[in-house]
Design a protein around this ligand. Structure first.
Ligand code: AMP
Length: 114
């Protein structure tokens, strides 16, 4: 998608603090971190929202989750704990319409989320 911010990061057209890459995903630090560790894990393939994930793109959700687990270990937050979040559409607080997993850690999370 030519007008998608995260597609531009995947294409290298916009810089990002990329920390890890897989065959079908990319992980980089959030530009406006909400916790000491705040990493976004995105598929290389453009999928706008969780509502748009179909059988043929479902495997990517597993890849993003496994990447989050690995990165949490590497960031030193696996044992203390962390949160993964996927926001969907306006009530979910989604602002970039290319699916992504937020990996948040390094502080105690509150519940319920705001
Ligand atoms: P969401 O609101 O769930 O769609 O999350 C989008 C996230 O992308 C927000 O946490 C933003 O801070 C983050 N973000 C927006 N632009 C960039 C960028 N250029 N590099 C890194 N993170 C970004």
């Amino acid at each position: 998608m030519s007008d998608c911010l995260f597609c531009k990061i995947v294409a290298g057209e916009i810089p990002a603090d990329i920390i890890k890459e897989g065959d079908d995903w990319l992980a980089f630090r959030d530009i406006n971190p909400q916790a000491p560790t705040h990493v976004l894990i995105i598929p290389r393939q453009h999928v706008a929202t969780l509502n748009d994930v179909e059988e043929d793109s479902a495997d990517i959700i597993g890849s993003l989750t496994l990447a989050a687990k690995t990165i949490a270990r590497e960031e030193g937050i696996a044992d203390s704990g962390y949160r993964t979040v996927m926001n969907c559409n306006s009530d979910g607080g989604q602002s970039v319409y290319h699916i992504h997993v937020h990996l948040l850690g390094g502080r105690s999370m509150r519940w319920p989320p705001g």
